[in-house]
Ligand binder design. Structure first.
Ligand code: GLU
Length: 428
């Protein structure tokens, strides 16, 4: 295991910028609105540490391959590091650092007692068999074992990983520790200590926050049109939630393309990308469209719920939605954000919109520690309460200051994190 130099400056890049560049700009903007010690802001621009590991894998044909894995720890002032593990060819140290910063803010906005972490392996999981994914996950868990733990750092699913990945991870950790430790990861299958409602939670919170935004602007739900990019777990659950509320979801897409029905799609009838990949573009809809066309559709609400950096300086002027609700982590670059602000398009940021995932992860961790399962109804009721609490805190800042929704959300988060650092002080 190597500890990378966490103060190293990331390479500069043009738009689309790296996750850490976007995350730092957002932090600096929020800091201008608050009276936070400059030393604390400087500390929060950097991760506490970044671990880099090499994960050897025996392929099914007997050959060996080496993969690089990371785990970035941004801040643990408020509690153990928390955040997902992604398996994706684009995983990098910088991406993990940026995503771990977002986790710190996400947990703070939700006022849950966790800090921010993120990690992953540079791999295309679709190119591995299930057995290979299992071996890779078990070895990755072992390589990370010195830096994780239920009171230290608690991973969860993210892009390219799922409840089964978390089950292997938890089993590998538990076997080595000599005791079953369900609280070491969240997002597990319910049978081994996962929470009911965890898989649906990020999409559900996107739905709840969109509902609150529609109500805030006094929109008639039945008259509201929605387009969702990415019909995986986040996008499909958000689309179905809004469809059930009466909104008209006119377009959805997956990696292969999208479908469009001006009268509204029956989102419960469209199989999501996780259920059957490729089914979205194959669905019998009046029209098809590309992912780029979907982002520019004339709808009331646009929900980018696929990957990062899809809204950039290139296409921000062509976006026609009035409100963007970020389902994915980091779908909007800083330059696109400026264009949206100038054009009066409201962007409800990822760190509140999809925070239902980590919130139900927190519920899962509590259930694991207490060895007591909650019913689905309780999970959803408590999620609703926590989302409203966070939304109201953000709304108060939005109304009190002349700022964007993103700035208001960051102000709430940064104030809470800075307060903890101010109160705890610097050691030694
Ligand atoms: N990967 C998810 C996120 O980005 C969930 C993290 C968690 O539950 O710890 O919010």
């Amino acid at each position: 295991m190597t500890v990378s130099d966490p103060t190293a400056k990331p390479a500069e890049s043009a738009d689309p910028e790296s996750a850490v560049e976007t995350a730092r700009r957002q932090l600096e903007r929020a800091a201008t609105h608050l009276d936070v010690d400059a030393g604390i802001v400087e500390r929060l621009r950097h991760p506490t540490s970044v671990y880099r590991v090499t994960v050897p894998l025996e392929r099914d044909d007997g050959s060996r391959e080496m993969y690089t894995g990371y785990r970035a720890h941004h801040d643990s002032g408020r509690g153990p590091y928390k955040g997902g593990l992604r398996y994706h060819p684009d995983v990098s140290e910088e991406e993990c650092i940026g995503l771990s910063m977002w986790m710190t803010w996400k947990c703070a906005v939700m006022d849950i007692p966790f800090g921010g972490g993120k990690g992953g392996v540079v791999v295309d999981p679709k190119e591995l068999s299930a057995d290979e994914r299992e071996r890779l996950t078990r070895r990755f868990a072992e390589e990370l074992r010195p830096v994780i733990g239920p009171m230290r750092d608690i991973p969860a699913p993210d892009m390219g990983t799922d409840p089964q990945t978390m089950a292997w991870f938890m089993d590998a950790y538990s076997m080595q520790e000599g005791e079953t430790t369900p609280g070491v990861v969240t997002g597990k299958p319910p049978v081994i200590g996962g929470s009911y409602g965890r898989e649906e939670a990020p999409g559900r919170s996107v739905g709840i926050v969109t509902r609150e935004a529609m109500d805030y602007y006094d929109w008639d739900r039945e008259e509201t049109t929605v387009a969702v990019q990415g019909f995986g777990s986040v996008g499909a659950n958000a689309a179905r939630y809004l469809d059930d509320l009466g909104a008209s979801v006119v377009a959805v897409s997956d990696v292969d393309g999208g479908i469009y029905d001006p009268d509204g799609l029956d989102t419960n009838d469209v199989e999501d990308h996780d259920e059957t990949p490729g089914m979205v573009s194959g669905y019998d809809a009046p029209e098809t469209l590309t992912n780029d066309e979907l982002l520019e559709l004339d709808v009331d609400v646009l929900i980018p719920a696929a990957i990062g950096n899809v809204l950039t300086a290139e296409n921000a002027r062509d976006v026609s939605a009035d409100i963007i609700v970020e389902g994915a982590n980091g779908p909007t670059t800083s330059s696109a954000d400026e264009i949206f602000e100038e054009r009066g398009i409201h962007v409800i940021p990822d760190i509140i919109a999809n925070a239902g995932g980590v919130t139900v992860s927190y519920f899962e961790w509590l259930q694991d520690i207490n060895r007591r399962k909650w019913r689905l109804e309780r999970v959803n009721e408590e999620l609703e309460t926590e989302m409203l609490r966070a939304w109201n805190a953000v709304r108060k800042e939005y109304e009190a200051r002349d700022v964007t929704w993103r700035d208001a959300t960051y102000i709430v988060a940064l104030e809470r994190v800075a307060d903890v650092h101010e109160t705890r002080g610097l050691w030694p």
